[in-house]
Design a protein around this ligand. Structure first.
Ligand code: ITT
Length: 195
């Protein structure tokens, strides 16, 4: 089955394609660019689930194609769950570098450096709507390490890979424990159960 992927984030596209290649080879992602669509899917909801659904619904309404969307981010305990759904635009500059700089500054002196990545995946098609989610717990380190992944990965120490940042893992090691790996594998599982 072909699924339109309602995202403009090239990292998400590469990661989800690789995760599904193993978890559900019959699901093939079609990007907005491949479909000739120059749109910015709406994400104004207060939750990851709400935003994933909002993005998938908008593109399904526009194209009639089964559409999947990913809304994700990082929740930091000491910051009361921030930046959460605002992870992409946490700092005024909204670059990975500036976002990470702000995160490290806000955690200066904090005893509790725990955080978790979260990802909600929504599928909207003529058969109805499905939402799955995944999370990955860990903590924030001051000094960035590693060149893999994207976003907050150089500062995120996953509990499931002790001593390494998410950016120091291979892509497949990241997907085995990541919020996105878990959410997309749960989607594949739900679709298998439905068929
Ligand atoms: P679309 O809405 O077009 O899908 P986006 O980049 O705007 O793309 P989000 O609103 O879901 O996506 O924000 C995701 C942000 O959360 C991303 O820019 C990173 O800052 C952070 N993030 C999500 N998953 C991550 C991961 O696996 N590793 C590191 N940071 C991640």
């Amino acid at each position: 089955m072909k699924l339109l992927f309602a995202t403009n984030n090239t990292h998400k596209i590469a990661e989800a394609a690789r995760i599904l290649q193993t978890a559900a080879p019959d699901l093939v992602l079609v990007t907005l660019a491949e479909a000739g669509l120059d749109v910015d899917p709406p994400e104004n909801e207060p939750t990851f689930e709400g935003n994933a659904l909002s993005k998938a619904r908008a593109l399904f309404a526009l194209t009639g194609l089964p559409t999947v969307a990913d809304d994700s981010g990082i929740e930091v305990t000491t910051l009361g769950g921030r930046p959460g759904v605002h992870s992409k635009r946490f700092s005024p500059e909204a670059t990975d570098e500036a976002n990470n700089r702000l995160l490290v500054a806000l955690l200066d002196g904090a005893d509790d450096r725990s955080a978790r990545y979260r990802c909600a995946v929504a599928l909207v098609s003529a058969d109805g709507e499905l939402v799955t989610d995944g999370s990955c717990t860990g903590s924030i380190t001051d000094s960035p390490r590693g060149a893999g992944g994207f976003g907050y990965d150089p500062h995120f120490l996953p509990d499931d890979a002790p001593g390494r940042t998410m950016a120091e893992l291979t892509a497949d090691e990241k997907h085995a424990i990541s919020h996105r790996g878990r959410a997309f594998r749960a989607l594949a599982e739900r679709l298998r159960a439905r068929s």
